[in-house]
Design a protein around this ligand. Structure first.
Ligand code: IMP
Ligand code: MG
Length: 175
């Protein structure tokens, strides 16, 4: 992975903001009169979470979880480890998981089950990106920013080996 370079821009900051605005409006409408707990998946979802939450006009609480099905490799291990858990009581609450990208779907499937086990009233997902060609589970985001091809995506929170998270746009790595 030594000769990796940043590819072209797939989505600009403006395009991402526009999707946050559209999805925020949709979520506001769908959960009208209800309270919502937004749970961001660290670290990848931080920028998307920040953009999205500003556009949701409901009573909300936020929390974060650190879960990984990845090591340093770009292939999934199939095992989900939770290294930082949600602190809020989720019983009877509507939960919206705010994710950076759905790849195999292993992480999201496990998190969805986990929040259901914690007696959430409902569990849905809003993901910035979706890579459906790589899916090995039956999970699908309820709200989606953009679909991407089978590329290794970086930027706007997404990393390769902890780098590139600060890029203000979405790109990919090419060799
Ligand atoms: P999954 O469990 O295979 O769906 O993996 C989901 C997690 O893997 C995402 O939340 C990301 O943190 C990471 N991931 C998957 N694909 C990419 C990618 O293309 N670039 C960066 N991180 C990725
Ligand atoms: Mg993630």
């Amino acid at each position: 992975m030594a000769d990796m370079t940043i590819g072209t821009i797939l989505f600009t900051e403006e395009q991402i903001q526009k999707r946050a605005e559209e999805l925020g409006a949709q979520i506001t409408k769908d959960y009208q009169g209800e309270e919502l707990v937004l749970i961001g998946t660290l670290k990848g979802a931080i920028l998307w979470m920040a953009d999205l939450m500003k556009r949701i006009d409901l009573d909300t609480e936020i929390d974060f979880i650190v879960a990984s099905s990845y090591g340093k490799n770009t292939t999934t291990s199939g095992i989900v480890k939770i290294s930082k858990d949600v602190e809020l009581d989720l019983e009877g609450k509507h939960v919206l998981i705010v994710e950076d990208i759905v790849d195999s779907g292993v992480t999201l499937k496990r998190l969805t089950e986990y929040f259901a086990e914690r007696k959430a009233k409902s569990v849905k997902v809003c993901s910035l990106l979706d890579k459906p060609s790589r899916r090995i589970t039956d999970i699908k985001p309820d709200y989606l920013g953009f679909e991407v091809e089978d590329l290794f995506i970086i930027g706007y929170g997404l990393d390769f080996d902890q780098k590139y998270r600060n890029l203000p746009y979405i790109s990919y790595l090419e060799s």
